[in-house]
Design a protein around this ligand. Structure first.
Ligand code: NAP
Length: 495
């Protein structure tokens, strides 16, 4: 019997059933902690992999690494998994680890407040239902709030309009004149899928993306058999992918000039794919490669090169009832507008209202920008743990690896709390300040600060999204909680 089974388990509330929420729940179960509930705003699990069902949705991290290390799957159909397969894997995790009984669907969290007299959190869902717990773990991801552009006249459009993260599968795009706004990671995946079906496509590009070939292919049956029969090979394969990806961290965070080799490769790739000289000129970005997320695709350039695709690089002035008007006064008449405009990534935890000690809201605590100690805890918000919180996103490797580091850290905190039931732990403000200063100082050398506008930067131009280093360094830093980093609080009144 392990330590956790001796001590009383605190009640834990997890918010979200994406990779973060499900993985955390599995780790709690493995640690013998069953006193947890998961609140999920939707009626199914999967987070971003449930919401993003657009044609061609796929992961740009290899499946063997974009899955839990403790739950390997040997029969991935291809190197880079497609959305339905990834979602299927997540459902498999729910079934195998018996998580269904812990999940409360259709419970969107409206606000959470910490009660210092009892050291408990009360989490209230939008239907007014209160849920009380000792510990709250947010697993709401960074990419869950679709970002709609603020374009004049959007309400006047009489055709069909939807966001790529809320794809309308009932709308038939066949033979339609379509506008796509945005050319980021989502658009690059769905545009090649819809180009053969539409009559014409107006692709509204504000900035070009750096695009590299995707080293993807289906796995042969014998490869899947080998992965299954020799699990050590499966593990080694994952390990090799990890190190291949990890080797790029230095280029992003310190030696930016190393990225030039990718720029050279991307330019060469574009030239080999795009025949239309005018389009080619506009498809090569004018900012440093890596400043925005580098995209990978084997069919993007060919899709844009099609004669019925109009690459529009003049800015959008407004949307009118039958189309999009650009700054040169041209009206691009369309039947449908698809927003591939991304997510409000730096608005962590929004729109949830979270109130900590002394009635201070998280918005107030984060007035100068989001920050969290090791990306997980915030001073003044005891026993609140964030998964995939500020400055834990990556441009070079799998976020699932970062999440697993966070699971370990949170578990270590929970074990500490179990030793003194009723206590709450609050990260010391000076530790958070020091940590944030170091992160921001390291980010100064990163390519993300090289002058482009990206979703890594918040409205003040501060990078609150990315981790500025190696993922193994992060793992080492999160292996175990250092109790000196925390103030331990007794409830002012016993509950
Ligand atoms: P994104 O990368 O943020 O791209 C948004 C696009 O919309 C950009 O081209 C942006 O132009 C444009 N845009 C935004 N507002 C606009 C406006 N008002 N007018 C004109 N253009 C506008 O969003 P995303 O493609 O949805 O991807 C977001 C993130 O999701 C990715 O970086 C990635 O982390 C994740 N994702 C991952 C995968 C995967 O394979 N794993 C797939 C899809 C998404 P600017 O560049 O000029 O701002």
């Amino acid at each position: 019997m392990n330590h956790s089974q001796h001590a009383a388990s605190p009640s834990v509330l997890i918010i979200g059933t994406g990779f973060g929420g499900l993985g955390m729940a599995i780790q709690l179960k493995n640690a013998g902690i069953n006193s947890f509930v998961i609140l999920e705003k939707a009626s199914a699990v999967g987070g971003t992999w449930r919401d993003n069902t657009y044609p061609g949705a796929a992961c740009d991290v290899q499946s063997h690494l974009y899955s839990f290390s403790f739950e390997p799957r040997h029969d991935w159909s291809r190197k880079f998994g497609l959305q339905p397969e990834i979602l299927g894997y997540m459902q498999h995790c729910v079934d195998k680890y018996g998580l269904a009984g812990h999940i409360r669907f259709n419970r969107e969290v409206a606000h959470s407040a910490f009660d210092e007299t009892t050291n408990t959190w009360t989490v209230t869902t939008t239907d007014g239902e209160p849920h009380t717990a000792n510990i709250v773990i947010t697993a709401t991801g960074q990419l869950n709030q679709p970002a709609w552009p603020n374009i004049q006249g959007m309400g006047s459009f009489t055709g069909k309009m939807f966001h790529s993260a809320r794809w309308d599968h009932d709308y038939d795009l066949n033979g339609k004149k379509v506008a796509v706004i945005g050319t980021g990671a989502s658009a690059i995946q769905f545009v090649p899928e819809i180009v053969p079906r539409v009559k014409s496509l107006g692709l509204f590009q504000r900035s070009a993306a750096w695009v590299l070939p995707k080293p993807d292919r289906p796995f042969y049956r014998w490869e899947q058999t080998l992965f299954r029969r020799i699990p050590a090979w499966d593990r080694l394969y994952r390990y090799l992918i990890y190190w291949k990806n990890e080797s790029r961290a230095l280029a992003f965070t310190r030696f930016n000039s190393l990225l030039e080799i990718f720029a050279w490769q991307a330019r060469r790739f574009a030239r080999s794919q795009v025949q239309n000289e005018e389009k080619l000129r506009h498809l090569i970005p004018d900012y440093r490669i890596g400043c925005k997320r580098i995209l990978i695709s084997n069919d993007w350039y060919q899709a844009v090169d099609q004669p019925h695709v109009d690459l529009v690089t003049t800015g959008i002035e407004r949307i009118v009832e039958d189309g999009v008007v650009t700054n040169d006064g041209a009206l691009h008449k369309v039947d449908a507008i698809i927003m591939g405009t991304g997510f409000a990534a730096s608005e962590f935890l929004s729109p949830m209202a979270i109130t900590g000690r002394n009635g201070v809201s998280l918005n107030q605590a984060w007035a100068g920008g989001s920050e969290a100690y090791k990306g997980i805890t915030v001073s003044g918000f005891p026993n609140l743990f964030m998964l995939y919180g500020p400055n834990t996103n990556l441009a070079h490797n799998s976020i699932v690896y970062m999440l697993e580091s966070q699971f370990q850290y949170v578990l270590s905190c929970i074990r500490t709390l179990q030793a003194e039931p009723g206590t709450a732990m609050d990260v010391k403000p000076d530790r958070l300040r020091e940590f944030s200063a170091t992160v921001q100082q390291k980010l100064q050398n990163s390519v993300w600060e090289s002058g482009c506008h990206s979703w890594y930067l918040d409205e003040n131009g501060r990078n609150t999204v990315n981790w500025p280093g190696f993922t193994f360094t992060y793992r080492k830093a999160t292996r175990q909680v250092d109790t000196h980093d925390y103030e331990f609080l007794r409830p002012s009144r016993s509950s």
